[in-house]
Design a protein around this ligand. Structure first.
Ligand SMILES: Cc1cc2nc3c(=O)[nH]c(=O)nc-3n(C[C@H](O)[C@H](O)[C@H](O)COP(=O)(O)O)c2cc1C
Length: 167
């Protein structure tokens, strides 16, 4: 049954802030009562619809998101939901698929919609170990190393808008 004013949760994990920005852009386009929360702040899943978003680090979702999904798998399984991932790049189809699968494979139940967004890296914020890790990933996909921002607010908002048909 469609609710007049659905309760919607955008649940994100973010280490350096880009996934949080994207979650907030998506949240702005969703109709209803929308909470945009870090998974570490979520106390209940009393929502009609849930959108889950995580960056990919070393080919995996952030541990805080994986833990959240595992701890709430019973409730998430039957929840109407969509997911998105944030990665260094979203140009290559094979990489997009790899990145989204790294997340969807841990999510129980049906998923309405998925998206992959390109994120950002500010080398000055990274530890030496993180710099090494991201640069070796960028090398492996033949992309220039170093800081970049590929955030695309319009695309993120369009994804948010497109989810209104599920509410
Ligand atoms: C240490 C590190 C490792 C990363 N590993 C990957 C990776 O394996 N695959 C990928 O597509 N992007 C990788 N990235 C890129 C991030 O997914 C991207 O920078 C994202 O915007 C970070 O999200 P956040 O700002 O919300 O933490 C990595 C970034 C860092 C800093």
């Amino acid at each position: 049954m469609k609710r007049v004013t659905p309760d919607v949760l955008v649940a994100y994990a973010s280490k350096h802030g880009s996934t949080e920005k994207i979650a907030r852009w998506i949240g702005k386009e969703i109709r209803g009562n929308v909470d945009v929360l870090d998974v570490e702040q979520i106390s209940n899943l009393n929502y009609d619809y849930v959108i889950l978003g995580t960056p990919i680090y070393e080919h995996k979702p952030l541990p805080s998101m994986s833990q959240f999904v595992e701890q709430n798998s019973g409730q998430l399984e039957n929840k109407a939901k969509s997911v998105f991932v944030v990665a260094s790049d979203n140009e290559l189809r094979s990489k997009r698929e790899q990145n989204i699968q790294a997340f969807t494979k841990i999510i129980p139940g049906e998923i309405n919609q998925t998206a992959v967004f390109a994120g950002e890296v500010d080398e000055q914020e990274l530890s030496n170990q993180e710099q090494h890790s991201v640069n070796s990933y960028l090398n492996s996909i033949s992309k220039p190393v170093g800081s970049y921002t590929k955030l695309n607010e319009k695309k993120c908002r369009e994804f948010g808008k497109s989810l209104n048909r599920f509410l």
